[in-house]
Ligand binder design. Structure first.
Ligand code: 13P
Ligand code: ZN
Ligand code: NA
Length: 279
């Protein structure tokens, strides 16, 4: 069955890998990323973006991810990504998710702490892990200067982890959500300080479009979890477009299979980097 974040992040630390946290929202994407993880013999976090949870229903997603976990030889966790509220996190926990992110980083510090703590209390009672965020992870059409303004303060990060008891912390170090308009400038010194001094595993978001050599450096510095979304969605959509191009009545299975295969290729490439320094 599904394991919690704590278990996969512990594996990451012991084996010097970074866990891929891949945004998935249907059977095809779940099967693709699970097959890639199995092939690389590495644990995996399947995560669903908050809007995708609302779209599909957490119970449906959980059923698909659980089937993948039961059939797999590697540890698989299922998490809510960028949860908007305590209520949304609660729904996912009740549906059998093994991890939840509560993202109140845009709120003031006190509110972020208070609500995150409520989620931690609820989640930890049933063995579910919690990720929260400090700093601002903006969208990738912003300039590196604007992205840098949201970077996580390490002093506040250490305090936030103590104040909340979370299992992993999402930080802002120069990556951004979506496809980059400008080349990202990752603040590796800041990231190193965060990894070395914050009391819990560190999560980097905005994996899509981040150059492979930057991802490799972040893996080397010891980030525990890398979130990747957009690249999977783009691969999926492009494959469907290609498949249906000039064919007004494509076979639905051919279309779904093309999407699944494309997501698998993307997952293979990411996991290659994330497991490169395995011990
Ligand atoms: P990308 O879409 O840039 O890969 O970011 C994914 C993410 O951070 C999900 O939380
Ligand atoms: Zn994110
Ligand atoms: Na990105």
């Amino acid at each position: 069955g599904l394991v919690n974040y704590r278990e996969v992040l512990q594996y990451a630390k012991e084996h010097k890998i970074t866990v891929g946290a891949f945004n998935s929202m249907n059977m095809e994407t779940v099967q693709a990323v699970a097959a890639a993880a199995e092939n690389k013999r590495t644990p995996l976090i399947i995560q669903t973006y908050h809007a995708h949870v609302d779209y599909a229903g957490p119970d449906y997603i959980r059923a698909i991810a659980q089937t993948a976990a039961e059939r797999s030889n590697v540890k698989i966790a299922l998490g809510l990504d960028h949860g908007r509220s305590y209520e949304q996190a609660k729904k996912c926990i009740e549906s059998g998710y093994s991890g939840v992110m509560i993202d109140l980083a845009s709120e003031d510090y006190e509110l972020n702490v208070r609500e995150t703590k409520r989620v931690v209390e609820l989640a930890h009672k049933v063995g579910v892990s919690v990720e929260a965020e400090l700093g601002t992870i903006v969208t990738a059409d912003e300039t590196p200067e604007v992205i840098a303004e949201g970077c996580t303060d390490p002093v506040m990060a250490r305090r936030f982890v103590k104040d909340t008891g979370i299992d992993c912390l999402a930080v802002s170090v120069g990556t951004a959500h979506g496809a980059y308009k400008y080349a990202p400038k990752i603040q590796f010194d800041l990231l190193k300080e965060l990894v070395d001094t914050v009391e819990c595993p560190i999560v980097v978001h905005g994996g899509s479009g981040t150059p492979d050599e930057d991802v490799e450096k972040m893996v080397r510095l010891g980030i525990a979890k890398l979130n990747v979304g957009t690249e999977f969605f783009t691969a999926y959509i492009d494959a469907v477009k290609e498949m249906t191009k000039g064919d007004s009545r494509p076979d639905i299975i051919d279309m779904m299979r093309a999407a699944r295969d494309a997501v698998r290729v993307t997952a293979d490439a990411k996991l290659d980097i994330l497991t490169r320094f395995r011990v």
